[in-house]
Design a binder for this molecule. Structure first.
Ligand code: EPZ
Length: 426
């Protein structure tokens, strides 16, 4: 059992470099199934979720090699299995993104139901309705989803009830090799969706309008190989921006795309945090407690749900009362109880959390329930008086590369501790 031990009170200073975006690289790796040609992905972050999707690809017969540090060479020229392993899909629900590529290239796919997670039930009905609209036969049996299509999928006009990121990505990938034109309406506009569209375009796909609510895909007969580098991770960047703010520090966050950070920059400025923008970096400076603000998470370009827990941690030490409303997931307040153990004053009313700022948090033993909740508790530990011991850091390793090393590089007092016995003793 590994834990982080954080001693708060240090001002963070210096420069931190952001890695490739987890939520861009996962669908991009799934999309490598769409061709038998070689693909090289650069600047791949060393994340547990990246290793998991690589294992899923290898379980299908895809060759995945690490030729150069930080890059992956992928070739799906010998795929002979179309069923993703149960344990891998349960470990990471994003494995479900292989369904669209398998179905459109091989006419079959069998994937375990991804199931829910700490933040919600995470249904996939929009994915399945879209596949059926394109001519697939979908059956759910014994905890598996089987999809088959006699001949090629055909294009169709698909309206998503919710601008789902995963459904937009899965259906976009299914459409690039389908017969004819597919139009996805009410599509997700996230930068990671746009990056996937650009990756598919570099393989020869015809995807138009990604980043808007209407995406049109003209199906082609086959796709070629490519070399590609994904966008930097806007959520990792936002997390370090909050780390600078909560520690009243002065940090340069480099390797960012400013445009992707707009909702986070706007909200932090509203809280009194000073942010100066360069072409590929932002400098974040804070002195004193942040102002209270209201936050409502929305699909992009609204305030990102993946930054909700982190900004709530900052609001716990604001000079007033804030309302944080989570509209994307139904259960994304698991970090509230843990923040309260550190002295925060937060009350949850349905989809909203009322955060009454306190002047100081106190270190405490806390548990990470999911990736972003874990990050938020680390941020709170940076500001807390005393020692915070965070369990469950395997969640953090899914989405942050060397999180504690990067924070320590900015002056934080944080170490990763191996507590083999503790796990047994308790
Ligand atoms: C992606 O998840 C991200 N994961 C999530 O990041 C992110 O929080 C989420 O998009 C929203 O931005 C990856 O990209 C790997 P959705 P996804 O489909 O695609 C409902 C992180 O921390 N819905 O946009 O699963 C769903 O229940 C992770 O990095 C349906 O009802 O999110 C949710 O309430 C967490 N039916 C809402 O839509 C469906 O068929 C948005 O989900 C699909 C989704």
């Amino acid at each position: 059992m590994e834990t982080f031990v954080i001693r708060g009170g240090r001002r963070l200073e210096g420069t931190v470099t952001i890695d490739g975006a987890k939520n861009a690289i996962l669908p991009i790796l799934a999309a490598c199934l769409l061709t038998d040609k070689e693909i090289v992905i650069g600047a791949v972050p060393e994340l547990r979720d990246v290793y998991t999707i690589a294992e899923v690809l290898e379980s299908l017969g895809v060759r995945v090699r690490t030729d150069l540090p930080g890059s992956l060479t992928v070739q799906a020229d010998d795929v002979d299995r179309y069923a993703a392993p149960h344990d891998l899909v349960r470990r990471m629900r994003a494995s479900f993104l292989v369904m669209g590529p398998l179905l459109t290239r091989f006419g079959q796919a069998r994937i375990p139901l991804p199931g829910g997670c700490a933040i919600g039930s995470r249904p996939i009905d929009l994915h399945l309705k879209g596949f059926e609209a394109m001519g697939a036969t979908v059956a759910v049996e014994q905890g598996y989803i089987s999809a088959t299509s006699r001949g090629r999928l055909h294009g169709n006009r698909i309206y998503l009830d919710i601008p789902s990121v995963g459904a937009t990505e899965n259906l976009m990938m299914a459409a690039v090799l389908a017969e004819g034109v597919t139009v996805i309406e009410n599509a997700a506009e996230e930068p990671e969706v746009v990056d996937l569209a650009n990756f598919l375009g570099s393989m020869g796909a015809q995807v138009h309008g990604a980043g808007t609510r209407v995406v049109r895909i003209d199906g082609v007969d086959q796709l070629g190989g490519t070399r590609y580098v994904a966008i930097p991770d806007r959520i990792e960047a936002g997390t370090f921006m909050v780390a600078a703010a909560i520690s009243q520090g002065d940090v340069v966050v480099s390797n960012v795309i400013i445009d992707h950070l707009k909702p986070v920059v706007a909200k932090l400025r509203e809280m009194g945090v000073e942010i100066t923008e360069d072409s590929t970096s932002v400098r974040v400076t804070a002195t004193g407690r942040p102002y209270p603000v209201d936050v409502k998470t929305l699909p992009y370009p609204g305030f990102p749900t993946d930054m909700q827990a982190q900004v709530m941690a900052l609001l716990t030490v604001s000079s007033g009362t804030s309302v944080v409303t989570e509209t994307v997931f139904e259960n994304r307040f698991m970090h509230v109880d843990e923040l309260c153990r550190m002295g925060a004053h937060i009350g949850v009313e349905g989809r909203s959390a009322i955060v009454r700022g306190v002047s100081v948090l106190s270190g405490a033993p806390v548990i990470a329930t999911d990736l972003r909740a874990g990050a938020a508790l680390v941020l709170a530990g940076l500001a807390a008086v005393g020692e915070t011991e965070l369990n469950g850091i395997q969640h953090i390793d899914r989405g942050y590369v060397h999180f504690e090393r990067k924070l320590a590089g900015l002056g934080a007092d944080i170490v990763r501790r191996q507590d083999a016995l503790r796990g047994v003793a308790e």
